[in-house]
Design a binder for this molecule. Structure first.
Ligand code: ZN
Length: 182
């Protein structure tokens, strides 16, 4: 399934979720982080796709931007606190979360297609790092988009080989051998 289709499913679902949340009394301002989370969450699992030239290029640009943004964000926080030691301070879970997300993106990018990012372990780590960033609406959108991506993949022609519940570390292929591709 193409990235565009995944993003379409994720966006539709999160817009619907957003409408549900607003109609249950929450502010309309909260719809935005849900939808942005949904778009990112529905695309991220396929950061490992190396199929088309366009996908390769887009994934490279996306992963590099996430890493650069994460570094800038972390440096911003470090400069604010004027202490380099705060960089890895566990009192600062948001910085850790953003760095964790960036590291996961790199690992996902290096992993073979439909392995690490498409298994329960990678899914949990990605969703947990987003949860640690601290915005509940963004988290709801991201988790919804991510899970819908996996569900949509299992419905494709090769979906029966997806094996979501298999344990898979980053950079491992279907035979559990070390395998990297960039
Ligand atoms: Zn996929």
């Amino acid at each position: 399934m193409r990235g565009r289709q995944h993003v379409l499913i994720g966006t539709t679902a999160t817009v619907a979720t957003g409408i549900g949340i607003v109609s249950s009394g929450s502010s309309i301002v909260n719809v935005m982080p849900i939808v942005i989370g949904g778009v990112i969450g529905s695309y991220i699992p396929d950061i490992d796709s190396h199929k088309s030239k366009a996908a390769q290029m887009f994934n490279k640009i996306l992963s590099i931007s996430i890493v650069v943004l994460a570094i800038l964000y972390s440096l911003g926080i470090t400069l604010d606190l004027e202490k380099l030691s705060s960089f890895f301070n566990s009192d600062n879970p948001k910085t850790i979360a953003v760095l964790m997300f960036a590291v996961l993106t790199i690992l996902g990018k290096l992993s073979p297609h439909r392995m690490f990012t498409h298994k329960w372990f990678g899914t949990m780590l990605f969703c947990y790092s987003v949860y640690l960033m601290g915005n509940i609406y963004f988290t709801i959108g991201f988790v919804t988009g991510y899970i819908l991506h996996i569900v949509a993949d299992t419905m494709t022609k090769n979906g029966k080989y997806l094996k979501f519940f298999q344990f898979k570390l980053p950079c491992r292929n279907s035979k559990n051998k070390f395998d990297i591709s960039w």
